[in-house]
Write a protein that binds this ligand. Structure first.
Ligand code: SF4
Length: 311
């Protein structure tokens, strides 16, 4: 097994001293350089169906259980998905995620629209389509794979021991089964979660260790951006140093995996965003998130370039 032990990871999470922190980031950066040299990756998403979700994820403004003001929009058209993929390709993203709200999707009508969009993207663009459509059957995964999909995204969200505090409408087993079903049909998996939802340092380690045990290919790290109306609206648990530590420890636990910094980057890291690569990340999401805007793509490209990296 590559990567540091859970015990070492916990020790790193407890570092307070500036000099020791610097050493931690340097170690993580060396691993990033070893496996990714001066290359960074960017990915982009479209919210292909928004809001109206029956699940009760505590962080999510798209849940019907939240009082956040997110309007429901049913599935967009194949053409809208394709156009968004063209924009993502222009923005130098390597993967384009088609994301839908909800526990799952309608495996007839909605899946057909998504499969057709995937076919068109694969035949006319170089960007790789990815999909994040909730809990799916093996049959649905096969249809996606046959349409040309190579990667499925499904976040576990947090550690198993903390999951019931975050979501009560599905089990951790449902989450892991979905990851395994995607794998079974030959899809690579992008799977991470959200930090800063009240989990302990031990649970951060537990969560990263689960991602490592599942042998996840690409790991999106999100930092909670508390949205008014959600159960976690008052949670403010992360400092920029906490975020950089999470990135560095994720890198040291999974040195050869893609580690991308996604949602909550702007709000939690502020001016420290430019440090994420030096702390071990090798990718970011560009062009905005599901229901919150990100920075301009140009700012993100400049940040990557000034870190001495190429997309
Ligand atoms: S995270 Fe997904 S499944 Fe959970 S409430 Fe939001 S849209 Fe629904």
């Amino acid at each position: 097994m590559l990567g540091i032990s859970k015990e070492d990871a916990l020790e790193y999470f407890n570092i307070q001293n500036e000099l020791e922190l610097k050493k931690l980031y340097d170690k993580a950066n060396q691993q990033r350089i070893k496996f990714f040299k001066n290359k960074a990756v960017a990915c982009s998403i479209i919210s292909a169906r928004t809001g109206g979700c029956s699940e009760n994820c505590a962080f999510c403004a798209q849940s019907k259980h939240s009082s956040a003001n997110v309007e429901f929009f049913p599935i967009v058209t194949e053409e809208e998905i394709f156009k968004a993929a063209q924009v993502a390709e222009k923005n130098k993203a390597c993967h384009f995620g088609i994301v839908t709200s909800g526990r799952s999707i309608n495996e007839e009508k909605d899946l057909k629209i998504i499969c057709n969009a995937i076919k068109k993207i694969c035949s006319e663009l170089t960007i790789k389509p990815c999909a994040s459509l909730g809990l799916l059957s093996e049959n649905a995964f096969r249809k996606l794979k046959d349409a040309g999909l190579t990667r499925y995204h499904h976040n576990l969200e947090t550690a198993e021991s903390y999951f019931e505090n975050i979501c009560g409408t599905r089990t951790y087993k449902d989450q892991i089964n979905t990851v395994n079903r995607a794998r079974k049909v030959g899809l690579s998996v992008c799977c991470g979660g959200i930090f800063g939802m009240g989990e302990s340092l031990e649970q951060r380690v537990e969560f990263l260790a689960t991602l490592r045990e599942l042998d996840i290919d690409s790991i999106p790290l999100n930092f909670l951006n508390p949205i008014k109306g959600t159960k976690l609206e008052d949670m403010k648990d992360l400092s920029p140093t906490d975020c950089l530590k999470i990135i560095a420890i994720a890198r040291l636990m999974m040195p050869e995996r893609t580690i991308k910094v996604c949602g909550g980057r702007e709000t939690n890291l502020g001016d420290y965003q430019k440090e994420i690569f030096a702390a071990g990340a090798n990718g970011i999401m560009v062009g905005g998130y599901l229901i919150t805007a990100g920075r301009s793509v140009e700012e993100d490209h400049n940040m990557i370039n000034s870190a001495g990296l190429e997309i």
